[in-house]
Ligand binder design. Structure first.
Ligand code: SF4
Ligand code: SF4
Length: 273
């Protein structure tokens, strides 16, 4: 059981701030589709001038993605992590699993990483373990469905579409189930939580306590980027974000150095190539 930070985390710049000087990451944008709709999501392909999650210059097929990884590694040999972070949900795209298999063949020593909304995590966990994925990030913005229903429009699961509170209930149940199973199977798990003022800002400590209990290694509270259906909301101010992080650091380790990266980001954090 992996309830604590393990050696993989030391070489992963998102899990260990001290690793940011020596270790970078490359994201392979092979996963365009998503099975939920977060109200702050605005995915874009063909985008070169924005630095945020959900954007990429292009969607790559798995073989093209491997060539991209090789090219990036040549430019920045300090890359130690190959991850799939969208622009949709990696677990909802079969290309993700072929890409990880190819990564295992081509880059034996790389840490394989994935970020997900968690809806399919428990279902796909055996496949992820089989592909050698050792670190995952799950985005959890609520553990109370009454708050979740304000954040998610719908969730698609096994060909059924759930809306409103039913979508939030299902998503939260699957996220927590998936995280517990991932931790129990020795994966290193980070939780990202988008701080959405007026919606989940009074609920962050409930999330922190729950994920700590499940064995999550680190929490990354990220500021809302006001866009899409949440474009009318305000992003939290730096001091508000810092306050929430500090409060929750008493419950679970916090990440303070997230760069809210693109789905095709490559290089050291903060020094993309
Ligand atoms: Fe967008 Fe990610 Fe939410 Fe899917 S899970 S809607 S890709 S932000
Ligand atoms: Fe790491 Fe944050 Fe970038 Fe994800 S978005 S790769 S957690 S720095």
């Amino acid at each position: 059981m992996n309830k604590e930070f393990n050696t993989v985390g030391f070489g992963h710049p998102c899990f260990n701030p001290d690793a940011t000087l020596y270790h970078g990451r490359v994201h392979l944008p092979v996963a365009p589709k998503c099975n939920i709709k977060c109200k702050y999501c605005d995915r874009k392909t063909g985008c070169v001038n924005e630095n945020r999650p959900g954007v990429t210059t292009k969607i790559m097929d798995p073989y093209e993605a491997i060539l991209y990884a090789k090219k990036m590694l040549k430019k920045e040999p300090r890359i130690s992590v190959i991850g799939i972070a969208g622009p949709g949900d990696p677990l909802y795209n079969d290309e993700t699993f072929l890409t990880f298999k190819l990564i295992s063949l081509e880059f034996k020593d790389m840490i394989k990483c994935l970020s997900t909304n968690g809806l399919l995590l428990s279902d796909k966990l055996p496949l992820l373990i089989n592909c050698g994925v050792s670190t995952i990030t799950v985005t959890i913005n609520a553990i109370d469905p009454n708050i979740g229903k304000e954040i998610y429009d719908y969730a698609i699961y096994k060909d059924n579409t759930y809306k409103g509170i039913n979508a939030a209930k299902l998503l939260i149940e699957k996220q927590l189930e998936g995280i517990e199973a991932a931790c129990d199977n020795g994966l290193l798990v980070k939780v990202n939580t988008v701080l959405i003022p007026g919606i989940n800002d009074k609920h962050i400590d409930d999330i922190a306590k729950k994920i700590k209990e499940l064995g999550v290694a680190i929490m990354n509270i990220m500021p809302l980027i006001p866009q899409a259906e949440f474009s009318h909301l305000k992003a939290p101010k730096c001091n508000e974000l810092e306050k929430v992080r500090l409060q929750n650091s008493k419950i679970i380790s916090q990440m303070y150095h997230c760069r809210q990266c693109r789905a095709d980001a490559a290089g050291l954090l903060g020094d993309d190539i």
